[in-house]
Ligand binder design. Structure first.
Ligand SMILES: [Zn+2]
Length: 154
């Protein structure tokens, strides 16, 4: 195996940023979510096993922390600057809070998975094997072991 084929662990901030946009924290190519909050068992691009993640309750806690601070600030500013009828506020703020939380939940969960990957927590202690590129020595050896004719020797 060539030295450049050894997979290196992505650093913390890029891994969390990749997770935030729904991409694999290791390669940045594969998608980590199969459904809204369902993490795929492994990355379809690099093979990183993602089923080890233990995001659990951290993403909702982080989302509540962010949304509550922003919505609380906006309510306070609105109350002090405008005279908005109570029935309007009773309709707008809960809807805005719910929508904002739903929008943030998947990216925050992806960032938490990226955090766990970058810190090597749980099953993320091992990295995926690098896949051999077509035409490389590893590919030819694997093909020869499988019984395929070696085109380079013909
Ligand atoms: Zn990947």
């Amino acid at each position: 195996m060539a030295a450049d084929a050894i997979p290196l662990r992505t650093r913390l901030v890029p891994a969390m940023a990749r997770g935030f946009i729904g991409r694999c924290p290791h390669c940045g190519q594969g998608r980590i979510f199969g459904r809204f909050l369902k993490v795929r068992p492994e990355c379809d691009a690099c093979g990183l096993e993602l089923h080890h993640h233990r995001a659990d309750d951290l993403p909702p806690y982080v989302v509540i922390f962010i949304v509550a601070h922003i919505v609380g600030y906006l309510i306070l500013e609105t109350e002090s600057a405008y005279e908005v009828p109570l029935w309007v506020e009773m309709g707008v703020w809960p809807a805005f809070t719910l929508l904002f939380a739903l929008i943030l939940l998947q990216p925050v969960k992806g960032a938490v998975v990226g955090l766990q990957y970058a810190l090597g927590m749980d099953g993320f202690a091992t990295l995926p094997r690098s896949r051999p590129t077509p035409g490389s020595e590893e590919t030819r050896l694997a093909a020869a072991a499988a019984g395929a004719p070696d085109r380079h020797r013909l």
